[in-house]
Design a protein around this ligand. Structure first.
Ligand SMILES: NC(=O)c1ccc[n+]([C@@H]2O[C@H](COP(=O)([O-])OP(=O)(O)OC[C@H]3O[C@@H](n4cnc5c(N)ncnc54)[C@H](OP(=O)(O)O)[C@@H]3O)[C@@H](O)[C@H]2O)c1
Length: 358
């Protein structure tokens, strides 16, 4: 790839809040990161994985908590790249190392560019068995999946995953299987994607059947754990109404009460975050009621989940699923198309943009 001058670089930017086709552009005049701060590295980006958070930031729906400090801002936060420069007090990395890093800002930003300053504590060496495009896709979605499974599922429990075909879901169901569940059921609009992973005991197409009425679900119920990657409060209500969870079972949702989160003002923050947070507070205190938990996007400032996940990847048995069309090219149309695919919520696998050749 032809590089721009040393002071500027090529980057995909959001020019303002708004629609993808109006506001997203690949430009070549963005300031290139200089010498990294203490505890940071500058990497030359090879691939950048996108997530629903990238569309949320652009939409302005969560501007009060995730908004960029100024426009234009660089889109994307999860990358695989080659270390270009190492800041002070960073150990274990040197120029030329191929690494994976995730964003450290309130919302994903800064990664879909030729160069990106990343935090050393959120950076790990790329798994040897993955390409940079595959490795980028694990940065925060793999971390989220790993943390969710570690904190929720115990060996031998029965598990139901709602929406297992997405960027987080395809990794989460594989990690869930490693806990040797007594039964693992998965709902998805992409049954073949999940079946091909070979981990589920039963796969249900939620677009064709009511998952709570399927014999394999009612026969296995009540479950120890339900993990919801995309449905929201209706799944919690159904699980309780039909007694699909054990009395001390756990319901973990990634989306709160609705997959569209609004946080443009105090009232909206209260309206969209209040009920699920309140439910998370009272359910653990009432005997006989399953526990409701919401995995919010804020991930810990720790490398450990990424290190553990990469070990599992290199030992074999975990597959990265990319969406149709991934990797998208690093052009205005390529980045817009990638973000549009994500917006459908039917990308099925990770949406990745290839920024440069290795
Ligand atoms: N990506 C990250 O790094 C990250 C980190 C933390 C939290 N999160 C949050 O986790 C959620 C999933 O993220 P993602 O990256 O996996 O998104 P994604 O790749 O866009 O996947 C969308 C997910 O929603 C599911 N879904 C769509 N419509 C559904 C419906 N009607 N009923 C049930 N499920 C439905 C999909 O299931 P099928 O594909 O199986 O149909 C899929 O799992 C998002 O809310 C995101 O903000 C993401």
């Amino acid at each position: 790839m032809e590089e721009t001058s040393s002071a500027t670089m090529k980057a995909a930017v959001g020019k303002d809040y708004g629609e993808i086709r109006d506001m997203v552009e690949v430009v070549d005049d963005q300031p290139r990161p200089g010498t990294p701060r203490e505890g940071y590295l500058v990497v030359k980006v090879l691939a950048c994985a996108l997530a629903p958070g990238d569309n949320r930031v652009l939409s302005g729906r969560t501007k009060m908590v995730q908004g960029p400090p100024a426009f234009p801002y660089v889109i994307g936060g999860d990358v695989c790249g080659v270390v270009h420069e190492v800041g002070e007090n960073v150990e274990g990395f040197k120029p030329g190392d191929c690494v994976v890093a995730r964003f450290f800002t309130a919302g994903p930003r800064g990664g879909l560019a030729e160069y990106y300053e990343v935090k050393a504590t959120l950076t790990e060496h790329k798994p040897k068995t993955l390409t940079p495009v595959e490795a980028a896709s694990l940065a925060s979605s793999g971390t989220s999946a790993y943390i969710a499974v570690e904190n929720t599922i115990k060996e031998g429990q029965s598990v139901l995953v709602l929406g297992g075909g997405g960027g987080v879901g395809t990794m989460l169901v594989q990690l869930a299987k490693r806990k040797k569940p007594s039964f693992l059921a998965v709902t998805t609009a992409a049954p073949k994607v999940v079946q091909d992973l070979g981990v589920a005991d039963h796969v249900i197409n939620y677009e064709q059947e009511n998952w709570w009425e399927v014999a394999e679900i009612t026969d296995q119920a009540p479950f120890d754990v339900i993990i919801d990657l995309g449905q929201g409060v209706s799944a919690w209500k159904v699980a309780r109404k039909y007694n699909l969870l054990k009395s001390r079972g756990q319901f973990l949702t990634f989306v709160g009460d609705h997959h569209v989160l609004w946080a443009q003002g105090i009232f909206q923050i209260f309206q969209s975050m209040g009920p699920p947070l309140w439910r998370s507070a009272w359910t653990p205190c009432i005997p006989g009621v399953p526990t409701f938990r919401w995995q919010l996007d804020g991930l810990p400032d720790k490398r450990e989940p990424l290190t553990n996940l990469f070990k599992l990847v290199d030992e074999g048995g975990l597959r990265v699923v990319l969406s149709n069309g991934s990797p998208f090219p690093f052009t205005t149309d390529g980045v817009q198309s990638a973000m549009e695919q994500l917006a459908t919520r039917k990308a099925h696998g990770k949406v990745v943009v290839k920024v440069a050749e290795e």
